[in-house]
Design a protein around this ligand. Structure first.
Ligand SMILES: Cc1cc2nc3c(=O)[nH]c(=O)nc-3n(C[C@H](O)[C@H](O)[C@H](O)COP(=O)(O)OP(=O)(O)OC[C@H]3O[C@@H](n4cnc5c(N)ncnc54)[C@H](O)[C@@H]3O)c2cc1C
Length: 500
């Protein structure tokens, strides 16, 4: 949904996204039975703690709640909320958090539910489905886009392309919500030039754990800004973001180059990341036919308008094996190039299988040895036939958001083992894959690796402290300040034991 530029921000917030049924019921929380009680408006006295009237809808029907007790991972299921808010306005979110906080009712915002480990689930609490708040306004003069957090990135891309603009960084899959990726970080092949998506945020609106709507930026309520970006929903619900956009190029030429060894791939990646010849850079491991191990692929893309890149100048010095694969895309097709694979996996059903995902940022110096050893120990069966392994470098100079944790040093490597657990007899069960992920994690943690928290690695309280390192105390203080009731987004499992 795209909208013309509004006369003022507040009117935007009031008018956009009210696409759901108007509040038709008053629902109260009975503290005695810990049950939500529903009454028709005007049908006798409301319970003492009856909810305020809402612009949107509160779902309480068990059938409507069921999808919110699951997510893309299908590893954590059965944490059924008492209610789901389909907000008709940002005010609904404020009102519901004000209602839930003092009553100790947990609250979790949910974008597209594409986390893997119950991060947006909340047992017996309130899920806020951000989907209805999906307004998008492009300002071509300031080169910004103002988005409500429930908007998906594909819609943001389309709205921006209408003005010849684009957000600079996309995740590989773009049917994710803006709030969902900004709560994690948002990494992709353009992060080498622009940092993570959170590094492109100019301003946020956040509803804190006291139900207060606060506009924050690097210069205004900076503590909230720094703890909401990549803050995993711990200090508030992001409702609106103002993001930088850049001119979009018309065409993209993508090169896929093959290497036999991890170290040969990473050597080429270090070289190209240093000189910045690619606009977009990733890499992957691909299974050799016949179960004969892995080969490694550099994937680099050059964006252009009229003049196509000189292939020899781009890849001639990169020492790859065999023939380079060269593909042409229009810009939108490139950003959304995962779409055909997703459609295929949906058609086979594999998209709906459990996803025990492992996603780490590794220090440069440890990457070659660790990844080579890890891949030597993995077969296709260990990651599932539709599993994916990603490996690409990101210079840390652009990763400026404090809570997006990453190892020390000028360069880190994203290493992701994105497993799919097929239900077939004989296939490796999801629980065994998760144990494998945990072992891999502990090895990487020992040399300074940090999780990129879109995974399903079970984490102890001690692991979270290690993850946040010198930011732990500040994060904990922000949690206490902005979520004093300790009710926000418990599914991340970070503060439950430590915040009273
Ligand atoms: C196929 C696929 C490919 C992916 N590729 C990439 C990639 O290339 N790069 C990358 O960085 N990530 C990638 N991801 C991971 C993805 O970015 C995260 O899982 C993201 O959080 C999912 O967004 P969502 O809208 O589904 O969020 P949800 O799963 O709904 O929520 C994620 C977390 O954020 C919280 N949250 C949601 N909305 C808000 C909000 N408005 N305010 C505060 N907190 C909120 C939730 O409570 C939850 O804890 C991929 C995921 C999938 C499934």
């Amino acid at each position: 949904m795209s909208h013309d530029h509004p006369s003022g921000r507040r009117s935007f917030l009031r008018t956009v996204g009210v696409g759901v049924g108007m509040g038709a019921a008053v629902v109260g929380f009975d503290a005695g039975s810990r049950a939500w009680a529903t009454q028709a408006v005007g049908a006798g006295a409301a319970p003492n703690d009856a909810l305020p009237h809402l612009d949107g809808t509160l779902l309480t029907d068990p059938a409507a709640l069921a999808p919110y007790a699951d997510d893309f991972g299908h590893l954590v299921t059965g944490r059924t909320p008492r209610a789901v808010l389909l907000p008709g306005s940002v005010a609904d979110i404020c009102k519901m958090i004000r209602y839930c906080g003092p009553r100790g009712i947990d609250v979790a915002p949910r974008g597209q539910g594409h986390q893997c480990f119950g991060q947006a689930q909340v047992e017996a609490g309130l899920v806020i489905d951000m989907g209805p708040l999906a307004g998008i306004v492009v300002d071509p003069v300031r080169r910004t886009v103002e988005v409500q957090a429930g908007a998906v990135w594909s819609a943001v891309l389309d709205a921006c392309l209408g003005h010849g603009l684009t957000p600079p960084v996309f995740t590989d899959y773009i049917e994710l919500s803006v709030g969902g990726t900004l709560s994690a970080g948002g990494l992709g092949g353009a992060a080498q030039h622009h940092g993570a998506q959170v590094d492109t945020v100019l301003e946020l609106d956040v509803v804190t754990g006291t139900g207060e709507l606060v506009t924050c930026s690097a210069t205004r309520h900076a503590e909230l800004f720094d703890s909401a970006r990549a803050g995993l929903g711990q200090v508030g619900v992001i409702t609106r973001a103002v993001l930088e956009v850049v001119p979009a190029r018309a065409h993209v030429r993508k090169y896929t180059l093959t290497y036999a060894e991890v170290s040969a791939l990473t050597a080429a990646q270090r070289r190209v990341v240093r000189d910045g010849r690619f606009d977009w850079l990733e890499g992957a491991a691909a299974a050799l036919p016949g179960g004969g191990g892995w080969q490694f692929q550099l994937e680099g893309a050059v964006y252009y308008d009229a003049v196509a890149p000189d292939d020899d100048a781009v890849i001639g010095d990169l020492g790859f094996q065999g023939t380079a694969e060269i593909e042409e895309f229009d810009y939108r097709g490139f950003v959304d190039d995962l779409a055909p694979a997703v459609a295929y996996l949906k058609s086979t059903g594999e998209w709906y299988d459990p996803h025990p995902w492992y996603d780490m940022l590794l220090p440069d110096a440890a990457t070659d040895e660790y990844v080579a050893a890890t891949m030597a120990g993995l077969s296709v069966g260990d990651i599932g036939p539709s599993g994916v392994v990603l490996l690409y470098p990101i210079p840390t100079g652009g990763l400026r958001t404090p809570l997006l944790r990453r190892p020390e040093g000028e360069l880190v490597f994203l290493f992701a083992v994105l497993r799919t657990a097929a239900p077939d007899p004989g296939a490796l069960p999801a629980a065994v894959m998760q144990e494998g992920n945990r072992e891999l994690y502990l090895k990487a943690q020992a040399f300074g690796g940090t999780i990129y928290p879109v995974d399903s690695i079970p984490m102890s309280a001690a692991d979270w402290r290690v993850q946040y390192g010198d930011r732990w105390d500040a994060f904990r203080a922000a949690k206490r300040r902005f979520d004093p009731h300790g009710v926000l987004t418990p599914g991340q499992g970070i503060f439950r034991e430590t915040v009273s």
